[in-house]
Design a protein around this ligand. Structure first.
Ligand code: PLP
Length: 397
């Protein structure tokens, strides 16, 4: 047996491991110290009542001979596909139910979807990036084209000759930068993909955080996207499903390459490689798309948004450059005083016991930047902001 040699090309996923090690070392030296954890990209609020109620009902269904469900359809329960398609239609995006595929979350889909594409093809990854994009492509042996972004372009790179690739990853709103593409910027990427025969993998995991009208929630709000894009979405951050696991992928029937329908190929893939998502979870997920579910998830999102405002006000007061926070649960800041990402991490940990994520961990162009997550508790976020302000009161630009 010959193993997949591409695994040897993977860089150690050292980011969160390294952070955990630094925290353990600090706590060993300072037993009982309380840390303000602004690093994690995981939600802290529980599932909303509408979802919990639907989950309980679904569990009871499974205890009843008449209402019991065995295997679910591989591509998703009709009731959930319909609810998601209706949600898109309510935003002006016309979708048929069988253009929606229910998944166990965006991570699974981001890896599995590569099955649809020729292994010799190239993938464009805008950096700094969610680390799974690079790793999934390395494992699949695909050629990776790195497109760095920077403060000058607001961490939103635009199409250029060097960006020509078979697959184009776009994450908007972005993890880690929190930056979100406007409609007109995304239109340029859609036109570029259509002109070059590329396919855009649009990661919409953070769409629920968009507050303005300038940035679309879905790439399918952009004319022409149906012939060049696949949207991968998740209920993890939208509705607190990180530990419950549910997502969906939108793959339009109009997306055809070399006479092959990618929608039909994905049906073939799913019916071979999965046996669907559990009935109970799909019932819980359907509750998210009811009017009551939408109202309740927004209450939770408001808490994270308030955290974002708290941190942004602190950075504004200090004159520290940042992006994100407006339409995303992440704030991406320039480390004060020209500090490196890891030096800044150590400095915050040692001086004010605040933890964030060093930007360098998301790609080389993230060096000198730092990510704060807004998923913590309001109390911790307020205290972290207060400590930041008192630490950097002096001019730190
Ligand atoms: N895409 C991005 C950009 C993410 O940040 C995350 C999780 O943090 C995911 C996808 C994965 O989401 P899921 O929990 O649905 O697997």
């Amino acid at each position: 047996m010959k193993p997949n040699a591409h695994y040897a090309e993977l860089k150690d996923s050292y980011l969160f491991y390294h952070i955990a090690q630094k925290i353990s070392a600090y706590l060993a030296e300072h037993p009982g110290a309380y840390l303000y954890r602004m690093g994690i990209g995981d939600v802290s609020l529980p599932l909303c009542d509408a979802v919990i109620g639907a989950l309980h009902e679904a569990v009871d269904d499974q205890a009843d001979k008449e209402r019991f469900h065995g295997y679910m359809p591989e591509c998703g329960a009709p009731f959930l596909r319909e609810a998601i398609a209706a949600h898109y239609r309510s935003r002006g995006v016309q979708l048929e139910d069988d253009e929606v595929f229910v998944s166990s979350g965006a991570s699974d889909e981001l890896g599995d979807i590569l099955d649809l594409f020729d292994r010799d093809g190239s993938s464009l990854i805008m950096e700094p990036a969610y680390p799974a994009y690079v790793d999934a492509n390395v494992m699949a042996g695909r050629k990776i084209i790195h497109l760095p972004s920077n403060e000058q372009n607001g961490f939103l790179p635009m199409p250029c000759e060097a960006a020509k690739a078979d697959l184009i990853y776009i994450c908007s709103p972005n993890n880690p930068t929190g930056a979100a593409f406007s409609r007109s910027q995304l239109k340029r990427w859609v036109d570029f993909a259509n002109e070059n025969g590329s396919v855009i993998l649009f990661d919409a995991a953070y769409e629920a955080f968009i507050e303005d009208d300038i940035c679309p929630h879905s790439i399918f709000e952009i004319p022409g996207a149906e012939t060049c894009a696949i949207e991968i979405c998740s209920l993890s951050k939208t509705a607190g499903f990180t530990g419950t696991r549910l997502g969906y992928t939108v793959l339009p029937k109009a997306l055809v390459r070399e006479g092959m329908s990618l929608n039909e190929m994905w049906v073939r893939n799913r019916t071979t490689k999965t046996n669907g998502v559990s009935y109970i979870l799909q019932k819980g997920g359907t509750a998210v798309f009811t009017p009551e579910g939408q109202r309740q998830i927004r209450e939770n999102l408001r808490v994270y948004k308030k955290n974002a405002r708290t941190l942004m006000q602190a950075l504004d007061a200090l004159g520290i450059w940042y992006c994100g926070g407006e339409n995303a649960p992440y704030i991406w800041l320039r480390c004060p005083g020209g500090m490196g990402s890891w030096d800044f991490f150590d400095f915050l940990l040692n001086e004010i016991q605040v933890i964030g994520t060093p930007g360098e961990g998301f790609g080389a162009c993230g060096e000198g930047y730092f990510r704060f997550s807004t998923f913590g508790s309001p109390e911790d976020t307020q205290e972290a902001a207060r400590r930041l302000v008192s630490l950097f009161k002096q001019d730190c630009r």
